[in-house]
Design a protein around this ligand. Structure first.
Ligand SMILES: *Cc1c(COP(=O)(O)O)cnc(C)c1O
Length: 253
């Protein structure tokens, strides 16, 4: 909550952890201007989820990695939404050919079971097993669930499915955008979004829900799609039909 830029959290649970400076996403200079000899880390979501599915540019991420290396700063990726196959790779950082020093995981790692994790490169690890005590840390059932989820993802080629179905879904959206009010299609794998040029997003999401299509509108003008990682071609076909019945046609179509 201290790290996020989401206005909703701003006044909650004060006082927050101090020292988080916020930069403009995908604007390298805006980060570079904020660092000094006191800076310990740079933290980003490689694709901002709540922010409306904004994808970090390859060039931007690679420059951040170099900036961190040159200045002995840690690079932290929040992969709570993007990790565990969601973007068509096991972890989103793989799209950039770099590695973060620290990564946070949650949500998908438990496949519905409450579980989260903090991963650190071994050279930076300051903990020995058991150092960080807590009622729920290293909870055996949670650990077993996390391992099962990972095994299922890998053994059943679910990450590859995300990649293929994501490409199909994106293609479907591009096709629909020729006739309907779809604009600014973005995202990777099965974390996609688009803008509506006519309908209100909240109303649109509610209308779709009545037809049995679960989509989400993180802001008034955009729609976010995060279908299950096991989604099949036939379901994307069904999605297309349901989406069509709720979309407005483009001007001049
Ligand atoms: C949900 C979410 C979090 C918070 O995860 P918790 O496990 O609830 O602490 C952090 N970052 C992102 C991007 C999220 O979507």
């Amino acid at each position: 909550m201290s790290a996020t830029g989401k206005a909703h959290w701003e006044d909650l649970f004060e006082p927050k952890v101090q020292g988080f400076k916020k930069a403009i996403f995908n604007d390298y200079d805006s980060i570079r201007e904020l660092i000094n000899e006191q800076t310990c880390a740079i933290m980003i979501e490689p694709i901002q989820g709540e922010g409306g599915v904004n994808v970090a540019d390859v060039d931007y991420v690679r420059k951040l990695r170099a900036l961190c290396d040159d200045n002995r700063i840690l690079l932290i990726f929040d992969e709570v939404q993007t990790g565990m196959g969601r973007t068509g790779k096991l972890f989103c950082y793989e799209h950039y050919n770099i590695e973060p020093d620290i990564m946070t995981l949650g949500k998908g790692i438990g496949g519905g079971f409450p579980l989260s994790a903090l991963l650190v490169k071994e050279a930076l690890n300051i903990f020995d097993p058991g150092d960080q005590g807590g009622t729920y840390t290293a909870q055996p059932l949670g650990m077993a669930v996390g391992l099962s989820v990972l095994r299922e993802l890998l053994e059943n080629k679910i990450v590859e499915n995300c990649d293929r179905m994501g490409a199909l879904l994106k293609e479907t959206l591009f096709e629909l955008s020729l006739q309907y009010e779809i604009d600014n299609i973005r995202g990777k794998g099965l974390l996609l979004a688009f803008d509506l040029t006519k309908s209100n997003g909240y109303e649109f999401a509610n209308k779709c829900m009545k037809d049995g299509l679960l989509i989400n509108s993180p802001r008034e003008t955009s729609i976010r799609l995060m279908p299950p990682l096991i989604v099949k071609e036939a379901e994307i076909e069904k999605f297309k039909v349901l989406l069509k019945t709720n979309l407005c046609e483009k001007e001049g179509s």
